[in-house]
Write a protein that binds this ligand. Structure first.
Ligand SMILES: C[S@@+](CC[C@H](N)C(=O)[O-])C[C@H]1O[C@@H](n2cnc3c(N)ncnc32)[C@H](O)[C@@H]1O
Length: 238
């Protein structure tokens, strides 16, 4: 039995991202003070050993993880990004083209709770700030486990909260009161950035999320707090 209780995201939460896609990257950099770039780099460093890896990036959005993966030169033979939002994928395709394109990278529309790839097709599956947005988290984790080859890895980045009480109190002031206002003003969608802090605060973190990974079949799972615990990198092996 899992330790975590989850309030499921609405089945159409991805539609929020269709609406904010044009301002999504700008707001990520602004609201995280560019820490999001460092968090994705930490994910890339946790790739499994070996070269010519096949990587699936779920909830790929505007393809920032895929683009970061290309910095691990020689390691990636194939990178597939999957997302439900056509708006986010369109921006991701533009960014990959502007970065010079890459035959190794492709983007597809799909659902993380029912991945249209065969069992054991990938050496690693990544998901950055996506798992909190799917309507059935255990189903998505089981799907991730299914499509990873034996010995491969899941790399999941998600927001968490600082464990230190003083840092946490200061961060929650920013997260609950400043971030939704700035996000709402810049994106023109106040609801989207209210959704961010509400969904993060309700989502399991640390040991709670590791329990869900164990339930899905992952072993040796670890949680690494990043930027004092504002985000966490979860790594699990199949
Ligand atoms: C916060 S964004 C993260 C984007 C990107 N990974 C990043 O690091 O910037 C969350 C993404 O999850 C996608 N999403 C939500 N539900 C999904 C689902 N069931 N299957 C696939 N993608 C989904 C949204 O469309 C959105 O692009």
């Amino acid at each position: 039995m899992s330790l975590a209780t989850i309030k499921p995201a609405a089945a159409d939460s991805w539609r929020i991202f269709d609406r904010i896609a044009p301002r999504y990257d700008l707001l990520n950099r602004l609201l995280s003070f560019r820490r999001d770039v460092a968090w994705r780099r930490a994910l890339v460093r946790a790739l499994p050993a070996g070269d010519s890896l096949r990587v699936l990036d779920l909830a790929t959005g505007t393809a920032d993880v895929l683009i970061s993966l290309t910095s691990a030169r020689g390691k990636i033979a194939r990178g597939v990004g999957l997302d439900k939002s056509a708006g986010m994928i369109a921006r991701g395709k533009d960014k990959i083209a502007r970065a010079g394109g890459s035959a190794a990278l492709s983007l597809v529309r799909g659902d993380a709770c029912g991945i249209g790839f065969r069992d054991e097709s990938f050496d690693a599956v990544s998901m950055a700030f996506g798992i909190r947005n799917v309507p059935d988290v255990p189903a998505a984790l089981r799907e991730i486990h299914r499509v990873i080859r034996s010995g491969g890895r899941a790399l999941i980045l998600e927001f968490s909260l600082p464990r230190n009480a003083i840092l946490r109190a200061g961060y929650l002031l920013y997260f609950r009161h400043v971030l939704p206002r700035v996000g709402g003003l810049v994106s023109g969608d106040a609801q989207a950035y209210k959704y961010l802090n509400e969904s993060v605060e309700a989502f399991p973190r640390g040991e709670g999320f590791l329990a869900l990974m164990r339930d899905a079949g992952f072993r040796n799972s670890t949680a690494t707090p990043l930027s004092f615990g504002i985000a966490s990198l979860y790594v699990g092996e199949k």
